[in-house]
Design a binder for this molecule. Structure first.
Ligand SMILES: Cc1cc2nc3c(=O)[nH]c(=O)nc-3n(C[C@H](O)[C@H](O)[C@H](O)COP(=O)(O)OP(=O)(O)OC[C@H]3O[C@@H](n4cnc5c(N)ncnc54)[C@H](O)[C@@H]3O)c2cc1C
Length: 140
């Protein structure tokens, strides 16, 4: 299969560009070995914000002693269920977006195998040239 652009990894660093390029008519593929959407969506920013929310609220309430009385009890198990309910569907939803805009998703471990490519990265001329003739990508 031929592509104009192949991204290794489906995190924020790649998927925004992948969607734009695909919408601009390029043949785009994303190789992902874990969950679609990367760290921020499944393990990082988004889960952190959801899990942190009740504790931030609790800390705010503590700033009003004598005005707001009593302590807030956070149900960790219910909070995890809430986090999972919001976060777990996101990779599937994003995968549907990728497919809808014509991006091919390849599940597996992507690897650059061309030594010339690494040299080009080192001397920082990569953005100015066409990658495709130089890249040999393995997916297992
Ligand atoms: C706990 C935590 C909280 C965070 N909170 C915030 C926040 O509040 N705000 C913020 O701006 N940032 C936050 N970050 C940072 C944010 O998650 C990262 O900056 C962002 O995810 C980086 O995006 P990326 O696409 O470069 O990498 P990633 O999101 O890590 O995506 C890389 C993807 O590539 C895949 N991959 C890697 N190698 C291969 C391979 N060889 N073949 C196939 N697939 C591969 C991985 O499986 C992964 O899905 C947080 C991070 C963590 C861990």
């Amino acid at each position: 299969m031929d592509f104009d652009v192949i991204f290794i990894g489906s995190g924020h660093a790649s998927w925004h560009a992948a969607v734009m390029l695909s919408q601009a008519g390029k043949r785009v593929a994303i190789i992902e070995e874990d969950t679609i959407a990367g760290t921020c969506t499944s393990y990082g920013c988004d889960p952190k914000i959801l899990l942190d929310g009740p504790f931030e609220l609790k800390n705010q309430l503590r700033q009003y002693p004598g005005i707001i009385n009593g302590d807030v009890d956070i149900n960790w198990s219910a909070l995890m269920d809430y986090k999972n309910k919001i976060i777990n569907p996101l990779p599937v939803q994003l995968e549907q977006v990728f497919k809808a805009v014509g991006i091919t998703i390849i599940k597996g471990h992507g690897q650059l195998t061309d030594k010339i490519l690494w040299r080009l990265i080192q001397i920082n001329i990569l953005p100015r040239i066409s990658l495709l003739p130089l890249v040999n990508i393995l997916v297992d």
